[in-house]
Design a protein around this ligand. Structure first.
Ligand SMILES: O=C(CO)[C@H](O)[C@H](O)COP(=O)(O)O
Length: 242
């Protein structure tokens, strides 16, 4: 077996702690990304060894494929209807547990699944914890029709809000636009700092052509932060009860 890097040890420790929150019979949302992949692998082992009965919806085709390859059954969100818990990764999280997500271009399904869950738990390594969101690029999912006009509208809105961060289209290695699971494009905003994430999120989503953005405001109930020594710490939104 290959040895895990310190960052992977941290991710796997967070994943292991998150999986301990899963109970028999739960309806579960499975996140996307490398940390979520650690969680899916641990969950699959749990299902296989302990006969845990779960109903799972995935936030991306990649996660559904991984879970199914490990013998887990994945259903659509509509088949399940509502979820008890979603466990996902994040690109950044602030002290209120507002998040930037979508580094893996799965933000739309991730936000739908998190919004359809009683609880959202985020797993991350310590490098993702920030005072103010924005150092990580903010992905915005837009429909392909008129995307350049949508880009201009976003640009104008950012200027009105006194924010820098010109939108850049995410492309694949062959230079073609990257397509999300829904067949949309992603525009990345390099903002450096987002002083009012809820205001920016609402302004972005009010632009025709924008489907959703990667700011997750007030959705995350608990963050489990893994450390390179395998320990974890739990963070809750400021003022929240345990
Ligand atoms: O939002 C996501 C995918 O759209 C991921 O959860 C986020 O990018 C974190 O990924 P990783 O665990 O690989 O660092």
């Amino acid at each position: 077996m290959t040895e895990l890097s310190p960052s992977d040890i941290a991710k796997d420790a967070a994943a292991a702690a998150a999986v301990r929150l899963v109970e028999n019979g739960m309806r579960l949302g499975l996140g996307t990304g490398s940390t979520a992949a650690f969680m899916v692998r641990r969950l699959a082992a749990f299902v296989k060894e302990d006969g845990l009965q779960l109903r799972c919806a995935a936030t991306s085709k990649a996660t559904a494929d991984l879970a199914e390859s490990l013998g887990m059954k994945v259903e659509t969100l509509d088949d399940i209807g509502w979820l008890d818990l979603t466990i996902d990764g994040a690109d950044e999280l602030d002290p209120d547990l507002n998040l930037i997500k979508g580094g893996g271009a799965a933000l739309l399904r991730e936000k739908i699944v998190a919004s359809a869950s009683d609880r959202m738990v985020v797993m991350a390594d310590g490098s993702k914890v920030v005072e103010t969101l924005g150092a990580f690029h903010l992905p915005v999912e837009v429909i392909p029709f008129g995307w350049q006009t949508t880009k201009q509208l976003i640009d104008r809105m950012l200027t009105l809000m006194d924010l820098d961060g010109r939108p850049i289209l995410q492309r694949k290695r062959d230079d073609a636009p990257l397509l999300t699971d829904e067949g949309n494009y992603i525009l990345d905003l390099s903002l450096e700092a987002i002083p009012e994430p809820a205001r920016l999120s609402a302004a972005l989503n009010a632009i025709p052509g924008v489907v959703e953005n990667g700011l997750f405001i007030g959705l995350c109930d608990l963050a489990i932060i893994g450390k390179p020594d395998g320990e974890v710490v739990e963070l809750r939104p400021e003022g929240a009860e345990e």
